[in-house]
Design a binder for this molecule. Structure first.
Ligand code: ADP
Length: 509
């Protein structure tokens, strides 16, 4: 039996615990990796948003360059274009001025709608790569290059073509206005209250634009410089909870889930093991029961057949001997009957098929009657029965046969599990709502550990006298079931080596 249990445990470990353990361990290790993956996903998503904001700023600049080129081409002269340039610049307050240079850097137009006089800017010391720009332009791609000349003075530099010639145009813009008037509305439209975007100066970090009241570049999850105004940077984060908070929350949820799953798994395994152990114990007890019962039946049968054969053969001459043999046969037949009854009653009760016939009765009277019948057996075994009955009637509703059976089982046990001190005390009385009967012996007693289990079916304590004593392990189960059927209970007080007291409590009628 133990071997089979070990085998099942081994299979359980191999088939369930090991794979689940590895899986949980792997999940636990991947928490960090998951965090990185989530961070990566967010990062890519936010990058894409920053990219499209930048793309938009470039599209605006590019459309301005096209508009300016169209104005010059339409009028076919720089001077004649000024009027339309006025209209154009009036639409976009972020445009400060426009300068046009020929390919030898001679200024051809110094247009500033806010100033009467303006000086041509000198781009020679700037980072501007004119040749590269021109090369691109000749190949059909108008690149717009942002150039910073002094603090906060930004030019968008690009080439235009009209009258068969290429010219370098430098459109000065106010970065602050560009951000607030051109980019602000677009950012609002794109983020749609999901993201918080801010724009700040790279040099000192001062915010010049916030899509949300508390979107600070310092809190941003991700930053990128602004293509058209590289002195500024864009910052982005989720609105409400920050991505770090979200990731932490997710990680925590995953961790709790993993721990929860582990707990459920371990509890499941624990319950399976406990139940398995119980099942195996029950199987063991059943097999013990069969061997005990066979033994119990064989002994009286052997005695009956031996003495009846002896009598039959007429070998016994003296009457007293004959009498002795008859009483042995009758005693053993009674014993057989009791065993068979116990088993039958147990199986009826277990199947819920036992019928009870409840009538009003006096516990004193039924106890007296049972003990009188049983007294003969006790005296023969050298026991003394001390009775102490309550002075008044102890009326309750009971089934005479079942209650007698419970008392006989307890007396039987008191005899079976006593050693030298052969005194059994029997006491009746009243508790609050019950009438009771106590049977006390001075026998081997039952340890605390076994007291809970002795009422279980087939259970027999495997130490002390029990191996030498015959039994089915069903006597106390029957007592318990009978008391349950009477809506009463059985209490047990016992000390190993000192004796046991069983108390039957019936509800008062
Ligand atoms: P059994 O047929 O083995 O006596 P029971 O169900 O009547 O079965 O009792 C279960 C076990 O409880 C016994 O095997 C014995 O170990 C223990 N037991 C019962 N009554 C007593 C008692 N009066 N003193 C000591 N042990 C007892």
């Amino acid at each position: 039996m133990q071997k089979s249990l070990k085998k099942i445990v081994f299979i359980l470990v191999l088939a369930v615990i090991l794979p689940s353990g590895i899986f949980i361990f792997y999940q636990f290790l991947s928490l960090d990796q998951n965090e990185r993956i989530i961070r990566d996903i967010y990062s890519k998503q936010l990058d894409a948003i920053l990219y499209s904001i930048n793309q938009y700023s470039e599209d605006v600049a590019s459309s301005w360059a096209t508009d300016i080129e169209i104005i010059f081409n339409k009028n076919n002269s720089i001077k004649a274009s000024v009027e339309e340039l006025n209209k154009f610049s009036a639409d976009f307050s972020s445009i400060e001025s426009l300068q046009l240079f020929d390919l030898s850097d001679n200024p051809l137009l110094l247009y500033n709608p806010h100033k009467e006089k303006m000086e041509a800017s000198d781009f020679s010391k700037s980072s501007l790569k004119k040749d590269q720009l021109l090369n691109y332009f000749k190949n059909g791609y108008r690149k717009i290059e942002p150039v910073q000349l002094q603090n906060e003075i930004m030019h968008l530099v690009f080439y235009v073509n009209f009258g068969e010639n290429n010219y370098l145009a430098a459109l000065q813009i106010s970065p602050q206005k560009f951000v607030n008037e051109i980019m602000g509305p677009k950012i609002k439209e794109m983020t749609q209250d999901q993201f918080a975007i801010s724009i700040s100066k790279i040099t000192d970090g001062t915010n010049i634009y916030e899509s949300d009241d508390d979107s600070e570049i310092s809190n941003s999850f991700q930053t990128k410089s602004l293509w058209m105004i590289p002195i500024y940077q864009l910052g982005i984060d989720l609105k409400g909870k920050s991505i770090d908070e979200l990731i932490q929350e997710r990680t925590l949820t995953n961790l709790i889930l993993i721990l929860g799953v582990s707990f459920v798994l371990l509890s499941g395994i624990y319950f399976v093991m406990v139940n398995l152990k119980k099942e195996f114990q029950l199987a063991q007890m059943k097999s013990d029961f069969i061997s005990n019962v066979s033994h119990e039946l064989r002994t009286p049968l052997a005695l009956i057949s031996m003495f009846s054969e002896t009598l039959e053969m007429g070998r016994v001459k003296s009457d007293s001997k004959k009498q002795e043999y008859y009483s042995i046969i009758s005693r053993e037949a009674n014993r057989l009957g009791r065993i068979v009854n116990t088993i039958l009653n147990f199986s009826k009760m277990d199947a819920g098929k036992r019928k009870f016939n409840f009538t009003e009765m006096d516990l004193n009277i039924i106890t007296d009657s049972v003990t009188k019948d049983y007294n003969h057996h006790m005296v023969k075994n050298g026991f003394e029965l001390k009775k102490s009955f309550f002075s008044a009637e102890l009326i309750f509703m009971g089934d005479f046969e079942a209650v007698s059976e419970a008392i006989v089982n307890l007396l039987d046990n008191a005899v079976k599990y006593s050693k030298d001190e052969k005194i059994i005390e029997i006491l009746t009385g009243v508790d609050k709502d019950s009438v009771f009967l106590e049977i006390k012996d001075h026998g081997i007693g039952i340890s605390d550990e076994h007291q809970k289990k002795v009422f279980d079916r087939f259970y027999r304590v495997s130490t002390g006298l029990v191996h030498d004593t015959k039994g089915t392990g069903l006597g106390l189960t029957l007592v318990y079931q009978i008391m349950e059927a009477h809506k009463g209970r059985v209490d047990l007080k016992s000390k190993l080596g000192k004796g046991s007291t069983f108390k039957l409590l019936f509800p008062k009628s």
